[in-house]
Ligand binder design. Sequence first.
Ligand code: IMP
Length: 210
Amino acid sequence: MSEKNKEILVATTNPGKIAELRALLGAGVRWLGLADVEQTDEIEEDGSTFAENARKKALGYAKAAGILTIADDSGLVVDALDGAPGVKSARFSGDKLEGDKRTLIDHRNIAKVLELLQGVPDEQRTARFVCRLCLASPKRVLIETEGTLEGRITDQEIGKNGFGYDPIFFVPHLGKTVAQLTSEQKNAISHRGNAIRRFIPLLDELLRNG
Ligand code: IMP
């Protein structure tokens, strides 16, 4: 594989996601963010599955930037809500907001889930976080992995860490919500951590054989 191909674009403007991938995938790859490449028109996440969205973003940005690109899509799937919020997790209660307003939308999204689950007994409040990762060249999809985290939705917010739906996502084997975990504890069990851990050996192999 040529030097140019060892640059991989992470199709996100979120510096946290780039740092997370850099830390976990490191060796021999120069990780770029959308801010580092010229073509950064946003690609809409309008697919009906996490897989579709991750593929669409990875292929779209790979074509636009002309280099290998990794994209992710993630969200919360609640069984008693027929899989909602699902691919609409970020904008379940309204438009997706960036920056400071993000916490506001997180609280509104949480309030909507709790309201819809009112009266649903504990054993029926099963849910999972899902993360889908996709690596594509400008021509085709090269690697896809998925990670999940199983849990239950609480009836109130507990804990201050993390983001999104973490304060209402209870992990039974730890006896805590994700918002009560440190970032290290979360990474060790999270959907994103699991998807990345599956991704690493496949990327290593691709870079070795590419
Ligand atoms: P994405 O940035 O389009 O993948 O949107 C994912 C959305 O799913 C986020 O805005 C959150 O609402 C939710 N989500 C994904 N991962 C997590 C997580 O680790 N904790 C809490 N919420 C999450």
